[in-house]
Design a protein around this ligand. Structure first.
Ligand SMILES: N[C@@H](CCC(=O)N[C@@H](CS)C(=O)NCC(=O)O)C(=O)O
Length: 219
């Protein structure tokens, strides 16, 4: 039996969504974020990095969402949620499987961290910290994030999904960056992004995953 070690309000929600889509039985072991928003130390007993998600099944302990969703689809999916192997859509899916955590999440994470820095700084230097962070945001993050949002919007324009006419692992992986971007910066004029998030959230499997995972601020 698969166990998903799941942290509230986290990327881990994607794994539950995929398992619900595929109708694979699983158990959820829930962990609550600390006040600092970090994961509780118990997660380090499951995997040395102490992050979520982690999947365990039999002898296997697997971290990294991309590896986990690939494992689930390969071993329990019977070909579902993947385009034909080797096709152009399959390679597009591979691209987004890596892009989600490798290129999309880092600037979104930086955005979150930098926004919090002034509030953590000693009162006396807070205005300086605020001005510094505003500079970083304007010159470093905002242009990169705008490029990413434009790229995603264009990628969704044809079918509404990231890799072909049907939802795939690419959409599972990209759902979290899009939810996080919507919450942290907004989509502006890019209408395919909001439509994607709405389409994902309306799926019965996504609703079922929310019930299993508990509080999730992004849906
Ligand atoms: N690239 C990893 C990222 C894992 C990760 O950073 N997970 C976050 C949840 S959104 C976490 O566990 N944060 C708590 C912490 O860093 O202590 C993946 O996709 O699995």
């Amino acid at each position: 039996m698969i166990t998903v070690h799941h942290l509230n309000n986290s990327r881990s929600q994607r794994v539950l969504w995929l398992l619900e889509e595929l109708g694979v039985p699983y158990e959820v072991k829930r962990y609550e974020r600390l006040k600092s928003l970090l994961a509780p130390p118990e997660l380090k007993r499951v995997h040395p990095l102490g992050k979520s998600p982690v999947l365990t099944e039999g002898e296997l302990t697997l971290a990294e969402t991309g590896a986990i969703v690939t494992y689930v689809a390969e071993t329990h999916g019977g070909g579902r949620f993947q385009p034909e192997r080797g096709s152009a859509d399959w390679w597009r899916m591979q691209h987004f499987l890596h892009h989600a955590e490798g290129s999309a999440m880092p600037p979104l994470f930086m955005k979150l961290v930098f926004a919090r820095i002034p509030g953590q700084a000693p009162f006396i230097v807070r205005p300086v910290a605020k001005a510094l962070m505003r500079g970083v945001d304007t010159h470093l993050l905002a242009p990169r994030l705008a490029d990413l949002l434009d790229y995603w919007d264009a990628s969704l324009a044809q079918t509404g999904w990231f890799a072909g006419p049907e939802p795939t692992l690419a959409d599972v992986m990209m759902s979290f960056p899009l939810e996080a971007a919507g919450a942290r910066i907004g989509f502006g004029h890019r209408r395919h992004l909001a439509a994607f998030v709405e389409r994902v959230h309306a799926r019965p499997a996504f609703r079922a995953a929310l019930e299993r995972g508990g509080p999730y601020a992004y849906a």
